[in-house]
Design a protein around this ligand. Structure first.
Ligand code: FMN
Length: 191
């Protein structure tokens, strides 16, 4: 089984999403010690904006090929300006390729990679849960849900939120997300 672990936070060792995505990967590794893990740090080695030549040659698109090869994808992302880090958007632009991860049929778009499992560790400074006043401003969880849904995947989210509301709130949110990661059900670990 192959796992692709991607981080996109610009906050280095202080990143909440990196802490949680690492806990998810550790959980999956503990469950399946033979799992093959590839790691990609999109902040340390950012991708350029999408250009037309990338679309022209899917075989040369290393991000797409790594994604296609993976059974499980773990993504760490922070909510930046109500959306995902632009580093992660550049990666998604290389993965959401017509004819590769989705196609258009007579009845509309069809996702082509439904067999994969995607787990997103998302960190948010504020509170955006159901009923929160800021909920309509949340375009991280909603965007990633829509984008992966479009290619046939229902991503699982582990969310640490309210991390900007003080040290205590941050510690509680990250710890709770870590516990959630370590409790990922064994039965759901298979791709
Ligand atoms: C550039 C930047 C933009 C941010 N924008 C938002 C935002 O729009 N809403 C929010 O709730 N928190 C925002 N935050 C706080 C982050 O969501 C919070 O720091 C979270 O921990 C980010 O994940 P990370 O620690 O893995 O980078 C922002 C933080 C940064 C650095």
């Amino acid at each position: 089984m192959k796992l692709l672990h991607i981080d996109s936070s610009i906050q280095g060792a202080g990143s909440a999403s990196r802490a949680v995505s690492a806990a998810v990967t550790e959980r999956l590794r503990a469950e399946n010690p033979a799992i093959e893990i590839a790691y990609r740090d999109l902040a340390a080695q950012p991708l350029p904006h999408l250009t037309l030549d990338v679309l022209a040659d899917p075989a040369a698109n290393a991000e797409l090929q790594a994604f296609l090869a993976a059974d499980v994808v773990v993504i760490g992302a922070g909510l930046y300006n109500f959306s995902i880090p632009s580093q992660l958007k550049a990666w998604l632009d290389r993965v959401m390729i017509a004819g590769q991860t989705f196609s258009y049929g007579p009845e509309g778009p069809v996702g082509l990679v439904g067999g994969k499992r995607v787990i997103v560790a998302l960190a948010r400074g504020g509170l955006y849960g159901a009923g929160a006043p800021a909920a309509p401003l949340e375009h991280g969880e909603t965007y990633l849900g829509a984008a992966f849904g479009f290619i046939g995947i229902k991503p699982e989210f582990i969310i640490a939120e309210g991390v900007a509301l003080g040290d205590e709130a941050r510690t509680a949110a990250v710890d709770a997300a870590r516990v959630q990661a370590s409790n990922l059900a064994a039965s759901s670990l298979a791709a």
